[in-house]
Design a protein around this ligand. Structure first.
Ligand SMILES: [Zn+2]
Length: 241
């Protein structure tokens, strides 16, 4: 099994000037090709500011780097992989920067939390969803579930009520926890406010659970949007093994 970090662009948050990477993940496990999250909607490529405003992100921030190379198909192409080759598509949560291109993998088995899938549409941002749930074969996750050997999905609610994180075990690196936005950046653990979360108390519990699990398993924590870690993460075409 091997893991690649995909680059879906850079977003600036006005309130603090933070420039956050937008990640996706690609995991190969035997014959299975697993994509985690899909970045922004393709409309952002043509009119980033206009779509930001239309989606209710205008006062929050802006997409400062979103080239035609920063989407799942283009990132996977660096490995010679086509969207049709993806066997499994995992959505950590339905926010605008994760859900935008879930419609490009109709053949893949789709994994999403039962809580999020129960919503009429992905939660997107400020309730202004431009995305529908895909018609894929869908597996809804309610509790920690091993979906493939050495790959588990588990609920880490709070950031959104149905947020999922991912635990994998690589043959050389060992345990890895892809926290997604359950820990956006490690400073959140010290700040302990989780002010941006849908449920800050649940977010606090989930973040502490992830930290404790990382200590217990000696796991590498890959954060959702940590500017410092984004600088040092090795992205496609590098393989973590
Ligand atoms: Zn989010």
């Amino acid at each position: 099994m091997r893991l690649a970090i995909l680059d879906y662009g850079l977003f600036e948050i006005y309130a603090n000037g933070r420039k956050i990477g937008i990640p996706g993940y690609y995991i190969e496990n035997g014959e299975r090709r697993i994509l985690v999250d899909t970045g922004f909607h393709r409309d952002y490529l043509h009119d980033p500011m206009g779509v930001c405003v239309a989606d209710g992100l205008g006062a929050f921030g802006r997409l400062i780097d979103y080239t035609p190379a920063q989407n799942p198909a283009a990132q996977l192409a660096l490995f010679g992989i086509k969207p049709a080759d993806i066997t499994d598509l995992v959505l950590t949560h339905g926010h605008v920067d994760h859900v935008g291109r879930i419609d490009e993998f109709p053949q893949a088995t789709f994994y999403v939390s039962a809580v999020e899938r129960a919503l009429p549409q992905p939660n997107y941002w400020n309730g202004k969803s431009r995305i529908a749930w895909p018609a894929n074969r869908t597996m809804t996750i309610q509790e920690e579930t091993q979906i493939l050997p050495a790959i588990s999905l588990f609920p880490t609610p709070g950031h959104t009520l149905g947020h999922l994180s991912i635990a994998i075990t690589l043959p050389e690196l060992g345990p890895v926890l892809l926290t997604a936005d359950a820990i956006s950046r490690p400073d959140e653990l010290a700040e302990n406010t989780y002010a941006d979360a849908d449920d800050p108390n649940m977010a606090r519990v989930s973040a502490q659970l992830l930290r404790d699990r990382a200590v217990h398993d000696n796991a590498w924590l890959v954060y959702g949007h940590c500017p410092q870690q984004w600088q040092v993460l090795r992205r496609v075409p590098y393989w973590y093994r």
